[in-house]
Design a protein around this ligand. Structure first.
Ligand SMILES: Cc1ncc(COP(=O)(O)O)c(C=O)c1O
Length: 367
C-alpha cells in the first residue's frame, strides 16, 4: 500500500534523535511549560523570522487564542473561506464572532482578494487567509484591501510551515500566524500541538496569559483564560524535526515536480504556484471531473489518496445556519467534487511517485 501521508516513516527517519529527546524529557521530571517549550518557541521564532512565538495545544486553539488576543467576540465579523479545515471556522464561532465566507481563487484555491471588498462591513474585525496545501494566500492583495480599514490579518499557516510569500515565511506578514503540529503536517508532532507567531509584545503577553488560566503568576488570574499548553514531550520532538523542515520541504517539492512532469499531458488540472510563492506541498492536489472513478481505481492498485475537503463548511449540517456567505461560493462548491490529494510525504520513494503516476496514466488510457 502506498499511503497518502506517513508520519511513522518520519519518526523512523529521525528515530535516534527523537528517542533521545523523549528520554531527556521523561528524565527531567518537567512535563508542562518548561525548558523544551521555551527553547522550541525561540528556535521556531528564529526559523520563521517572527519576533514572538507562543506554543499552544493545537492549531484550532492557536486560531481561537489569536482571535481572543485581539478581543474579537460577539457582534464582530471575521472573513475567511469555506474551502478549509473545519477548525478555521470553528475557532471564529468559539469566540462568539460571526464567520463571513468568501469564494476562493480558481487557480490557487486560496481566498480570492477580488471577493474580499464586498464582504467587508463596519463589523469586520479580521480576515483569516488560509495558506492551503502548502502555498500562501495572496497576502499582498489582501493587505492592500484591509490596510486602511483597521482590519487585522490572522494567517492560518496549518498547512504551510516554511512556505514563503515573497522572501518572508508565512506567519510573518499578517498580525498573527497560527500553526498546527498535527502529525501529518509539514512540521508534525507525535500528538497534538500548535504555535502562534506575532509582532507585538503586548499580544504575545496576552496569549501567554490566555493559554494558562489567565495566570500572570501561578494561581493569580488577571484575565479569564483557557488551558492550551504545548507539552514538553511534543516540544522536545518538534525541536528535532524543526532542524529538518527545510530539507523535508525540498524533498516534497522534488517529489511534486516528478508528479508534474509525469502528469502534464493528461486531462486533469495540476497544482498551480502563484508567482513569488514558494509552495511546500503539504498536499499535492489534482482536479478532474472523473475524481471518484480515479480514486477508486487507485485504491484498487493499493494507492491511497485523500480529499481535502469533500464538503465545503457552509454546506455542513453543524454550520449551515450559523454562517454568513458573501455572494455565491461557486469555485468552492465546484472543486469539492473534483479535487484529489495524491500520496506525498518526505520519506516517499521517488519510485513510489513513478508508480502512482504510471497508474494514473493507465487510468486515462483505459477510460
Ligand atoms: C487549514 C487548517 N487550519 C486549522 C487546522 C487545525 O489544526 P489542529 O488539527 O492542530 O487543531 C488544520 C488541521 O487540520 C488545518 O489544516
Amino acid at each position: 500500500m502506498i499511503s497518502c501521508a506517513n508520519p511513522h516513516a518520519q519518526y523512523l527517519s529521525h528515530q535516534i534523535e527523537i528517542d533521545r529527546a523523549i528520554k531527556r524529557v521523561l528524565e527531567s521530571g518537567r512535563y508542562i511549560l518548561s525548558e523544551e517549550v521555551k527553547c522550541f518557541e525561540q528556535e521556531f521564532s528564529v526559523f520563521n523570522g517572527s519576533p514572538f512565538a507562543v506554543g499552544v495545544g493545537s492549531g484550532t486553539e492557536a486560531l481561537h487564542l489569536a482571535l481572543a488576543a485581539l478581543s474579537i467576540g460577539s457582534g464582530d465579523e471575521v472573513i475567511t473561506v469555506s474551502h478549509t479545515a473545519v477548525a478555521t471556522i470553528a475557532a471564529i464561532l468559539l469566540v462568539g464572532a460571526k464567520p463571513v465566507l468568501v469564494d476562493i481563487d480558481p487557480n490557487t484555491y486560496t481566498l480570492d482578494p477580488k471577493k474580499l471588498g464586498a464582504a467587508i462591513t463596519s463589523r469586520t474585525r479580521a480576515v483569516i487567509p488560509v495558506h492551503l496545501y502548502g502555498q500562501a494566500a495572496d497576502l499582498d492583495a489582501i493587505k492592500e484591501i484591509t490596510h486602511s480599514k483597521n482590519i487585522k490579518i490572522i494567517e492560518d499557516c496549518a498547512q504551510a510551515h516554511g512556505a514563503r510569500s515573497g522572501a518572508a515565511r508565512v506567519g510573518t506578514r499578517g498580525d498573527l500566524g497560527c500553526f498546527s503540529f498535527y502529525p501529518t503536517k509539514n512540521l508534525g508532532a507525535l500528538g497534538d500541538g500548535g504555535i502562534i507567531t506575532c509582532h507585538e509584545s503586548s499580544i504575545e503577553k496576552k496569549i501567554r496569559l490566555l493559554r494558562e488560566y489567565g495566570w500572570a503568576e501561578r494561581y493569580h488570574s488577571h484575565i479569564v483564560g483557557w488551558n492550551s499548553r504545548l507539552d514538553e514531550l511534543q516540544a522536545g520532538i518538534l525541536r528535532v524535526k524543526l532542524k529538518y523542515l527545510d530539507h523535508d520541504n525540498s524533498k516534497r517539492m522534488a517529489l511534486a515536480q516528478i508528479y508534474k512532469d509525469q502528469l502534464s499531458n493528461l486531462d486533469l488540472i495540476l497544482p498551480f504556484t502563484k508567482n513569488g510563492n514558494t509552495h511546500v506541498y503539504h498536499l499535492f492536489v489534482l482536479a478532474l471531473t472523473q475524481r471518484d472513478k480515479l480514486q477508486k481505481f487507485l485504491a484498487s492498485q493499493e494507492i491511497q489518496c485523500g480529499i481535502h475537503y469533500p464538503i465545503p463548511i457552509h454546506q455542513q449540517l453543524a454550520y449551515r445556519e450559523k454562517l454568513g456567505v458573501s455572494g455565491r461560493l461557486e469555485i468552492t462548491e465546484k472543486i469539492a467534487n473534483q479535487i484529489l490529494s495524491l500520496p506525498l510525504y518526505p520519506e516517499l520513494e521517488f519510485s513510489d511517485v513513478q508508480t502512482v503516476a504510471l497508474a494514473i496514466k493507465g487510468f486515462f488510457n483505459e477510460t
